[in-house]
Design a protein around this ligand. Structure first.
Ligand code: ADP
Ligand code: MG
Length: 240
């Protein structure tokens, strides 16, 4: 079976010359929950953008056996979906139903299929009652769940999430952890919250200054206090 993600020697510099990713090599099997950890500015978001084909650098990025290029991009977008850092960037329709239906409608599904997808996605994230609400009226926790529902309705095999724990209170953070832990998809979660990462991930990739510094068992990497401190992170409380 094809790997969920294969990245070979990928480098990317933003138009202003900032090197955000420097010779990245990463291979991830399906069904894993990977924490992409690193301090602010490490390159986590850029790496997630590269996996979704939103930035074009040098090297190879292969998603579920398909190399990212213009020909494959549509197929790849149905297999790998991204939850953006700010849910407001993902919620732009008048009602929650419309936002969650947007992806399936674009995939050409029938109205019945779209309705079923929306219903399932809302149920998974616990927002069934909110279906007719305006997304901008939702709380931060509900917005985060809603943004995840917009991705679940596309039924992707792989989901990337950029700092999904940001701006959530502890209760909502725990609810999000439970939700993400229950998802069968391959998850790639960028976060600088080590407690969040430790609670969810079986594998961790530590990125700093655009390079992969460490890659392996999540608990092993995150319990290395020297490594964590050197890269501006902390050892999570649960494994201290
Ligand atoms: N649009 C942009 N233009 C120029 N530089 C950028 C842009 N976005 C991010 N960067 C730079 O790229 C590097 C990696 O950023 P980013 O991927 O956002 O890191 P992280 O998500 O780990 O905080 C940083 O040095 C950041 O300043
Ligand atoms: Mg980021």
């Amino acid at each position: 079976m094809a790997k969920a993600i294969e990245i070979e020697n990928f480098s990317y510099a933003y138009p202003d010359g900032t090197v955000a990713l420097d010779k990245i090599n990463l291979s991830l099997e399906h069904g894993r929950k990977l924490a992409l950890i690193g301090p602010n500015g490490a390159g986590k978001s850029t790496l997630l953008l590269a996996m979704a084909g939103f930035v074009k650098g040098t090297g190879r990025v292969v998603v579920d056996g398909l190399e990212i290029n213009r020909k494959n991009l549509k197929k790849i977008r149905a297999r790998l979906c991204s939850c953006l850092e700010n849910p407001d960037d993902q919620l732009f329709m008048p009602t929650l139903f419309d936002d969650i239906a947007f992806g399936p409608l674009n995939m050409g599904l029938t109205p019945e299929e779209v309705k079923a997808r929306v219903g399932d996605a809302l149920q998974t994230v616990g927002l069934t009652e909110m279906v007719d609400k305006a997304p901008h009226h939702l709380s931060a926790g509900q917005k985060r769940a809603a943004a995840i529902a917009t991705v679940l309705s596309m039924a992707p095999k792989i989901i990337t999430l950029d700092e999904p724990d940001g701006s959530l209170d502890p209760r909502n953070r725990n609810n999000l952890l439970k939700l993400l832990a229950s998802l069968p998809q391959t998850l790639i979660i960028a976060t600088c919250n080590m407690n969040f990462a430790a609670a969810l991930a079986d594998r961790a990739v530590l990125v700093d200054k655009g390079r992969i510094i460490a890659d392996g068992d999540a608990k092993e990497i995150m319990s290395d206090s020297k490594l964590m401190t050197e890269h501006g992170l902390e050892v999570p409380g649960t494994i201290r």
